[in-house]
Design a protein around this ligand. Structure first.
Ligand code: NAP
Ligand code: MG
Length: 490
């Protein structure tokens, strides 16, 4: 068995060919593996098991076995164990950061958030409480209990695997559930490393299980499993539909987070010195592969020309390269995503948008083997164009000029999505009105993607999904309510 070392220290957090089921590191039942590719070079980083429905069944059984004791573990102890997990992540922060950078292809984007996410959640573990209810007679006590579901399932995407894994697993287990997670085939290594540290922290075997594999094999088996009591999915609306359909068969409750086509509304009175760099950073961070990326600039016509030329100027300064270089933007995750984004670049031209900058793959030998694409700006985009309606999931920004506030609202709200919306204005009245009028789960005013807020609930309106993560109620979302009426005997 080979190991990959992600760390300068040489510590290995990921072992080739094994996944975590019931506290044991095991290969897939078929023995098959899937290669994980470095998207900057096309080199194989590691191999993970190609799990199947059989492996999911083993994981569900292990999670069922672990559930009663974990449910009955004192909630303060659950919180302490999650704190210990966070501390171990901090100890390994450089390795984990490097591991995620390598598999996602992302240049360093600041301290990894996983330990911070888990500490926030750990603090909620022993604050799950119910109500005392009024009663018809004094000899009855009425109360509600918040109880875990049991074994819960989660399918996560590849764009921010560390944060996705921590948010979902942390909240689920803090509430006393046990969990089976299927990470994306493109970025399963960070979740496997985090799961290893969870076990090392003393979180009991079977509480956290990770089955790797393809979406249609291991992934589809989780929502289809009749003993999964709650499901969580983050990814594309198309896959979200099939997850929801599978859950419908078993009447399994679910949470969906499905991406967006987020507007950046820029009014003529905006501080463009602040807005322009933030908008460029927002669409180039993680190579635009962020559900919350602001991918449409809805701009008041009087500043339209200026905004376009300033964005183009900033985009031209974005350096592209592999994760370990001094660059702002890496490659896309895979050949499939590269082909998809290139398809949208052609489509934009065909639809009649005006290409201002970018529009292809960067030239140079260093880009030959990776899935690189240039940051791209399309101007004169109309709200009907597909590049204005569909999630591209790449560094592609579409500019749509509008005449006034009402048209800005109509255009901003005019897609099927409703994840994030930003407004840039120095008029407080406009800021207040827009905060109310925009149909999105998160609205940022003179601010990108809710930056600066601690514990803001995160989730979608419309086809961006439903349910909220990350907030003060993240752990409550992983509980179900039981009403108890208690009459004492004479
Ligand atoms: P995807 O198909 O939705 O994949 C997300 C996760 O679902 C992965 O773990 C995937 O596994 C799994 N999966 C796929 N089909 C499944 C099924 N039938 N049942 C259960 N699980 C399944 O997304 P993608 O193909 O990677 O990317 C396509 C587009 O989705 C992107 O271009 C972007 O627009 C959107 N997307 C959004 C987000 C977000 O954060 N909202 C994240 C990723 C993608 P495998 O990948 O291992 O097959
Ligand atoms: Mg996929």
């Amino acid at each position: 068995m080979t190991t990959i070392s992600a760390a300068p220290s040489g510590t290995s957090l990921v072992v080739d060919g094994v996944q975590l089921i019931g506290g044991a590191w095991v290969p897939a039942s078929t023995g098959e593996t899937i290669d994980v590719i470095d998207p900057a070079s096309g080199e194989v980083l590691a191999a993970v098991p190609r799990g199947t429905a059989y492996d999911v069944e083993q994981a569900v059984r292990a999670a069922e076995e672990a559930f009663p004791a974990w449910r009955d573990t004192k909630s303060t102890t659950r919180g302490e164990l999650i704190h210990r997990w966070a501390a171990l992540i901090d100890e390994h922060t450089t390795e984990i950061d490097e591991l995620e950078s390598r598999e996602v292809g992302r240049p360093h984007w600041g301290p990894p958030p996983m330990a911070r996410i888990l500490r926030f959640i750990a603090g909620q573990a022993d604050k799950v409480s119910g109500l005392s209810l009024p009663t018809h007679t004094p000899d009855v006590l009425g109360l509600t209990l918040r109880e875990p579901y049991g074994v819960v399932g989660s399918v996560i995407p590849w764009n921010a695997p560390g944060a996705m894994f921590s948010n979902d697993v942390g909240a689920a287990i803090a509430a006393g559930n046990t969990i089976v997670v299927k990470p994306a085939e493109d970025a399963p290594l960070t979740p496997l490393a985090l799961a290893r540290l969870a076990l090392e922290a003393g979180i009991p075997p079977g509480v956290v299980n990770v089955v790797t594999g393809y979406g249609l094999e291991a992934g589809a088996a989780i929502p289809a499993h009749p003993r999964i009591r709650r499901m969580s999915f983050t990814g594309s609306p198309e896959t979200g539909e099939s997850i929801m359909a599978a859950c419908a068969k078993n009447l399994t409750p679910l949470h969906l987070e499905l991406g967006g086509k987020s507007p950046q509304v820029v009014f003529a009175d905006a501080d463009l010195d602040a807005a322009v760099p933030a908008m460029v950073a927002g669409i180039t961070l993680n190579t635009g592969q962020i559900c919350a990326a602001g991918s449409r600039v809805v701009v008041e016509r009087s500043v339209h020309r200026e905004v376009v030329s300033r964005i183009a100027e900033h985009m031209a300064k974005i350096r592209i390269g592999a994760w370990h270089e001094k660059v702002q933007m890496g490659p896309l995750i895979s050949a499939k995503q590269h082909a998809r984004v290139m398809g949208y670049l052609s489509l934009g031209r065909e639809e009649g948008a005006e290409l201002v900058t970018g529009g292809g793959t960067p030239s140079g030998a260093e880009f030959d083997r990776g899935f690189f694409v240039e940051p791209t700006l399309f101007d004169e985009v109309t709200p009907q164009m597909r590049i204005a309606r569909e999630e591209i999931f790449g560094p592609v920004l579409s500019v749509i000029p509008v005449d006034d506030e009402d048209e800005a609202v109509e255009v901003a709200n005019g897609t099927d999505y409703g994840l994030v919306a930003s407004v840039w204005t120095s008029d407080v009245g406009k800021a207040v009105r827009m905060s109310r009028r925009l149909l999105a789960g998160q609205v940022g005013v003179n601010n990108a993607i809710g930056a600066g807020v601690i514990g803001g609930p995160f989730g979608g309106y419309k086809r961006s999904g439903f349910g909220r993560t990350m907030g003060a109620d993240a752990v409550l979302e992983y509980t179900q309510v039981k009403t108890v009426s208690l009459r004492g005997t004479q």
